[in-house]
Design a protein around this ligand. Structure first.
Ligand SMILES: Cc1cc2nc3c(=O)[nH]c(=O)nc-3n(C[C@H](O)[C@H](O)[C@H](O)COP(=O)(O)OP(=O)(O)OC[C@H]3O[C@@H](n4cnc5c(N)ncnc54)[C@H](O)[C@@H]3O)c2cc1C
Length: 592
């Protein structure tokens, strides 16, 4: 450890101390997925005294399990959710401007098996006469895309195009020969949603010293009108007296409402059930033929059951999704074997000659969509819109609970803004800052054109002494926040990891000390794309454990335990197996 590292204060310890000192807060936001983070940011920017707690890491649940599309939701046109589509498209366009380091245009091709299918059933669905899925043909998709273009205007991206059979096969020679035509339109994709979530937390705290956000802190219940909190890493306990609670726990909203209702009030004041979540799983595959076939486009298609599936390049891999299965318990989800088979079958329908072998799956992930409770018989028909029912104050709980139900990643800003406005209204306060055009984190002053990027890279390389190629990689990974990191790496050295030379020890150390990193999963699965892109070998995990042990002051035994836990969770939740031989493991244990 060098002198400057030793002198740095422990951010987490000081935040936990601040939490312990704080007797009261105006607003407590529970849940650090993208919706809780968004509301926290909105309120912090208005100068409110606001606290955000997340029981795990920022964006570790649904907000890290999305299909990584920033989209209007073409298929919601059919169910007549025009307001949602319009809002989503507006937010998509804003994200392209406010987070250009992670959100980019995604040309999307829809392969179609005929022209006329689905016309009657689409109108029936629109009129709510049926919920059944049915294949959509060219005519109905053309109508949908025309309306989509109208709703998206003014859009920074081109309008849709329709392609007949020969044009379709010129571009997509590997498509199923039964495909009759295709359409291409534009939506958005997000490369690192978890990082964007973290950046919003950091922006909010930088803007307002009264705003306090701590991850790995769980809300456990209420007592004497106070909300009880526990640090999940140390067991340290806290309590706070809020004026308002925002329940942003996604699929756990009903559990959190139960915990927030004092036992004596439960018989009469039990809040209604709000969530009816569905599980969705994705695969990341390393299949060069599929990667080449896709180019820069997403294929957005209906599978055998009429369920919409997606397929697009993600870094240098291919992301494939997803399933949609009702679940009552959102904990402990992972992509199961039958889901893998289902997803691979779906791909075969479109690319029958580009088989994916199971060994090519480098990572899987699953999450629960926190959809509103619904009695729809087809899960795909449950509304993706958001709402904010309020559970009023009750005996033993003198504060109301604002519940963030539903919503998409794409609409987090609008949803957070609406909930914050509702809270501000209730507190008789008014809004002073809008986030509509506010750049986020490393999206600030992001060099937009190729020429500006080249100039940025050259200036940063000159100032820090790092090679331009290295600066370019950092810009790609962290946006303009790369500048501060590059300055530190330029001063302290930039030693490539032995197992993954495109990342360095000092880079991981920088993240570990400054970015709310407490576990190996925080670092390797959420602050960096190392895990999700299948770059995680045992040696990388070992090196990262060394870096984190140094940054966090872990003992040898703690390092071993943390690494062991991480390896177990990686195998269980993401189908990534890092084998440690028993001899190696026991030898390390003996050292400790
Ligand atoms: C498979 C799938 C695909 C999707 N694809 C897309 C897409 O492509 N585009 C799009 O726009 N949207 C997509 N979505 C939707 C989007 O991801 C979610 O709607 C959004 O992330 C929900 O965010 P949230 O903050 O409400 O919930 P979450 O992200 O689940 O956050 C809730 C948080 O609350 C925490 N929590 C729970 N209980 C407690 C407690 N007691 N104390 C403290 N913290 C607690 C949890 O740990 C969790 O982190 C997808 C969702 C899924 C699951």
């Amino acid at each position: 450890m060098n002198a400057s590292q030793a002198a740095r204060p422990d951010l987490r310890a000081s935040r936990l101390d601040a939490l312990a000192r704080r007797e009261r807060t105006t607003v407590l936001v529970v849940g650090g997925g993208i919706n809780g983070i968004s509301t926290f940011r909105e309120l912090a920017l208005q100068g409110l005294d606001v606290v955000l707690v997340e029981r795990g890491d920022w964006c570790e649940a649904a907000s890290g399990a999305l299909s990584r599309m920033i989209h209007g939701g073409l298929r919601y046109m059919e169910t007549g959710e025009f307001a949602l589509v319009r809002e989503s498209l507006l937010e998509r366009n804003r994200l392209l401007a406010n987070a250009p380091h992670f959100v980019s245009p995604l040309p999307t091709t829809v392969p179609l098996f005929d022209y006329t299918s689905g016309i009657t059933s689409a109108f029936q669905r629109f009129l709510r006469l049926t919920e059944k899925k049915a294949r959509r043909g060219g005519v109905i998709v053309k109508i949908g895309l025309t309306l989509y273009d109208i709703f998206a205007a003014p859009s920074p991206m081109p309008k849709h195009r329709f392609h007949g059979r020969s044009a379709t096969f010129r571009r997509w020679p590997d498509f199923n020969r039964e495909i009759a035509c295709s359409a291409t339109y534009y939506d958005g994709q997000i490369s690192q949603p978890e990082r964007l979530g973290f950046e919003m937390v950091a922006d909010a705290m930088a803007a307002n010293p009264q705003a306090l956000a701590v991850n790995h802190v769980r809300m456990t219940g209420t007592k004497d009108g106070r909300v009880m909190l526990a640090d999940t890493l140390s067991g340290r306990l806290f309590s706070l007296e809020p004026d308002v609670v925002v329940n942003a726990t996604g699929a756990w909203i009903d559990f959190a409402n139960e915990a927030l209702t004092p036992p004596e009030a439960r018989p009469n004041a039990r809040p209604p059930r709000m969530i009816g979540g569905t599980k969705g799983s994705h695969l990341i595959v390393d299949n060069p033929r599929l990667y080449d076939a896709l180019g820069d486009e997403m294929v957005y298609y209906e599978n055998q059951e009429g369920r919409v599936c997606i397929l697009f390049r993600y870094f240098d891999r291919v992301l494939i999704g997803s399933t949609d299965i009702p679940v009552s318990d959102p904990d402990g989800l992972r992509c199961e074997d039958d889901e893998i088979a289902y997803i691979l079958d779906s791909v075969r329908l479109i690319f029958p000659d580009l088989p994916i072998r199971r060994e090519e799956i480098v990572y899987t992930f699953a999450g629960t969509r926190p959809l509103p409770a619904s009695d729809a018989s087809v899960v795909g028909r449950i509304s993706r819109d958001h709402s904010c029912p309020v559970v009023p104050a009750t005996a033993g709980r003198p504060f109301p609970v604002y519940c963030m139900v539903g919503g998409k990643w794409t609409t987090f800003r609008a949803f957070g803004e609406q909930v914050a406005d509702k809270v501000l209204d209730a507190l008789h306060l008014s809004r002073s800052v809008s986030t509509a055009d506010l750049p986020i984190g490393g999206g600030r002053h992001y060099p937009a054109s190729a020429g500006e990027r080249a100039a940025w890279i050259e200036a940063c390389a000159r100032a820090t002494g790092l090679p331009p190629a290295r600066v370019e990689a950092l810009l790609h990974r962290y946006g303009t926040s790369a500048r501060a990191m590059a300055e530190e790496l330029g001063e302290q050295g930039d030693t490539p990891l032995a197992g993954l030379p495109e990342f360095s020890r000092q880079e991981l150390d920088y993240l570990a000390r400054r970015e709310d990193v407490e576990t190996l999963a925080d670092l390797l699965l959420r602050r960096t794309p190392i895990g999700i892109t299948g770059r995680l070998g045992l040696s990388v995990a070992e090196e990262a454990a060394d870096v984190l042990a140094g940054a966090k002051g872990w003992s040898r035994a703690e390092r071993e335990q943390r690494l062991d836990d991480f390896i177990t969770r990686l195998a269980r939740d993401h189908a990534v197996r890092l084998e440690r031989t028993a001899d190696e493991f026991h030898a390390k244990r003996r050292v400790s």
